[in-house]
Design a protein around this ligand. Sequence first.
Ligand code: AVI
Length: 317
Amino acid sequence: MLDRVPLHEIQREAFRADVRDGLAAPAKRLPSRWLYDDRGSELFEEITRLPEYYPTRTETRILEARAEEIAAFCGPRATVVEYGAGAGVKTALVLAALDNPAVYVPIDIAGDFLELAAARLSERFPWLEIRPVTADFTAELDLPDDLPRLNARIGFFPGSTIGNLSEGEARTFLRRMRGHLGSQGKAIIGVDLRKDLGRLLPAYDDAAGVTAAFNLNLLTRINRELEGGFDLARFAHEARWNDVEGAVEMHAVSLADQTVAIGGDLVAFARGETIHTESSRKYSPEAFDALAAAEGWAVTRLWTDEDRLFAVMGLEQ
Ligand code: AVI
C-alpha cells in the first residue's frame, strides 16, 4: 500500500514548482495564493483594517445595511456554501440576517483554520448544521452528497477574492459553482468596482507599509521554505495599475542587478526588473454582468455604497 504523502509536503512541492517556473519565465511572476502563509495571513488581516484599504469595511457596511433585502433574495432554510472561509465577520452577518439558514458549508484549503472558524460559528449559531470541506475552491471539488436537496443553495464569495482570479479562472469558478449549487442555486459575490487611481492605488501601497510587508513576505517565505537567498533590502514593493487588464498589480522590484540562489538554482535579476505577485481586478457593473452571463448567471441585484466603491451582487440563473 502506498503511504499517504502529507498535505504540507504536496503544498511545498507545488510551491517549489511554481517558484521554479515563475522565476524562469521572461516576465517573472508568482501565483498570489502563495502570499498566504501564517505571516501573510496575519498581514492581510492587518491590511483589512488600514485606513486606505476600503474594500473590507465598505463590503461589511453594505451587508449590514442591506441585510433584509439579502435575506429576501436568499429565501428561507438556505444551505450557504462559502468559498474560502474568512475570519467570520461577514459570514456571521449573513447567517444572522438570513431566514433560518439550515446548513453552512465553508470551503477552505487551510483545514485547521476551517475547524477553528467552524467552532467559533457553532458557538454563535448552535442550531446551524456546519459541514466544513477542506479543499482548494479554485480546483474541482465535491460537496458532501448528503446535503439537503430541497433547500435553496446560496454560494457566498465575499471580499472581492474573485478579483484575484484571471478572467479564465473567474469563468471556471462561476461554472463550477453552478455545478455545486444546482439549477435553483443563487450566489452573493463581493466585487470591487473601478474607481479613480487616487483612491485605488493607496489601498495597495499604504503609508504604514503593511501591504509592502505582505508582498515582500513572499520572498521571506521562499528563503525559509525553499532555501532561498533573497536579500529583502534589495527588493521594493510596487503597486501599479494595468489599464489593459483593469487590475491593480503588486510587484517586487529588484533594486540592483543581482543573482539570487534558490535551492540549487540561480536566478538573475536586472535592476528594475520585477516579480509580479498579484493582480486585483476591478470591474464595472457591466463588465461583471458580462462575465457572469458568459457562464449562465444573471446579476439580478446590485447593492453598493453611496460612493460606489464596492458592490455586493446577487446572481441567479
Ligand atoms: C484577498 N484580496 C481580495 C485582496 C485584494 O484586495 O486583492 C488581497 C490584497 N492584496 C493587497 N492588498 C490586499
